[in-house]
Design a protein around this ligand. Structure first.
Ligand code: GLN
Length: 191
């Protein structure tokens, strides 16, 4: 198994380290020719969604990645990655890959609560640590999207078939549950 990690901007190295701890091979996607090698799953890291969205288009990664996700490539988006996958962003005029049936709110916790740490239950994982950094949350899920976790009544993790998103940064905690969950999705998709 090989996982491609979008490495245009943001916290991609932390994802590589989490996968390495699980014994999973990964490589960085920085330009179009990086897509020539086969990969079984894609991670879109936290960072700045507007910057990543712009670079995706400029580097001609946008169309091929969107098509692969729509064809069923397992994808895991954290924080800005969630925003890149959301079909609707309530307080932003732009959407990006727009493959997942969720409505997200950007920078949703305001200044004071922009960054915080908590622990909450995630379906199938028990209580896991969650680090939020100028995070979005999911206001609504649509279609067959399933809610996996909520914090104070706000949806912070969800899945729609091959797409998994978290508003928090599991790659900045020591807990590997979320990455394990994604790897299981990738394994199932490969069968
Ligand atoms: N606030 C960022 C955005 O709007 C996301 C923050 C993050 O990824 N930590 O893209």
């Amino acid at each position: 198994m090989q996982i491609g990690i979008l490495a245009l901007q943001g916290a991609f190295i932390e994802h590589e380290e989490m996968l390495a701890q699980l014994g999973i091979a990964s490589f960085e996607i920085r330009q179009k020719r990086d897509l020539n090698q086969p990969f079984d799953g894609l991670i879109i890291p936290g960072g700045e969604s507007t910057v990543q969205g712009k670079l995706l288009r400029e580097l001609h990664l946008f169309e091929p990645l969107k098509a692969q996700i729509q064809e069923g490539l397992p994808v895991f988006g954290t924080c800005a990655g969630l925003l890149l996958l959301a079909k609707h962003i309530e307080n932003d005029g732009h959407t990006h890959l727009a493959t997942m049936d969720i409505t997200a709110v950007r920078n949703a916790y305001g200044r004071q609560l922009g960054s915080f740490y908590t622990q909450e239950t995630c379906t199938g994982m028990g209580k896991i640590p969650m680090t939020f950094i100028r995070a979005p949350y999911i206001k609504n899920v649509h279609s067959d999207t399933v809610i996996l976790a909520q914090v104070n009544g706000k949806i912070v993790a969800a899945q729609q078939k091959n797409q998994l998103v978290t508003a928090f940064h599991p790659e900045l905690c020591q807990d590997l549950s979320m990455h394990k969950y994604f790897i299981e999705m990738v394994e199932k998709a490969g069968k």
